[in-house]
Design a protein around this ligand. Sequence first.
Ligand code: ADP
Length: 261
Amino acid sequence: TLAHISLLTDQTGYSFGAVGVLQDITELRKLDQLRRDFVANVSHELRTPLTSVQGYVEAMLDRAIPGEDQDKYLTIIHRETLRLKKLIYDLLDLSRIESRKERWDMNEIDVPELVDQVLVKLRPLIKKQQVTVDRYFPDQLPPMLGNEDRIEQVLVNLLDNAVKFSCPGGKVTVRAQAQDDNITVSIADQGPGIPPEDLEHIWERFHRVEKSRSRALGGTGLGLAIARQIVEAHGGKVSVQSEAGQGSTFSFTMKTVPAEI
Ligand code: ADP
């Protein structure tokens, strides 16, 4: 706690009182710590791929890599460069969404149609992971109110994780249901699940259950943070349920398009 105390004096210098201001700076300090953690995380995330690119390029310039291995190293350099690019784009995107300065057009979103569109995009990954995706939508599902491009991004991030963290032969299930003027989309997988101690932090930037596994899978650690910011900027809510070893279910709830009167 920070305290400022001033004595109140009259023209003759006689003190007739005092004013004290107490300010609770726990919140400020917490914010400052969060900001510092974020900068440290970003620096680390940027440095890791850069260091490996630098190392491989230097080895090649030193002619330390035999001709037949060159493609292998160039492939690594290329992969790390793409990671850096994705990381920077994701960071810029996140800060744009968080600042709430963007104006989004609101669309009537046909959820089953948008899910199918996303599944087409993810087809190569789904095939590679040998995952099957089931979809269940009620017949009379009302449209969702939101910015279609941004909601597509939420679906991509959640579905990409569900498929990425699935075991070969696993199943991912997408559902949507409407209640009152809310519509909830959920994505369930049969992957490794998330331990209880990670569950409440999972939507934070760069929080990962297993850092090495996530990086090996090409993740930036920002996908869930971006999804959450997009949903919350619409006034919606995200949630997650999971038990280690039992798979995970990520959901988000948004408003439906109001029925015409
Ligand atoms: P990443 O780019 O690492 O996937 P995300 O923000 O999308 O970043 O996810 C953060 C972390 O949450 C992941 O690294 C992983 O540890 C965990 N996670 C996300 N989705 C799942 C899932 N469907 N099953 C298990 N763990 C998950």
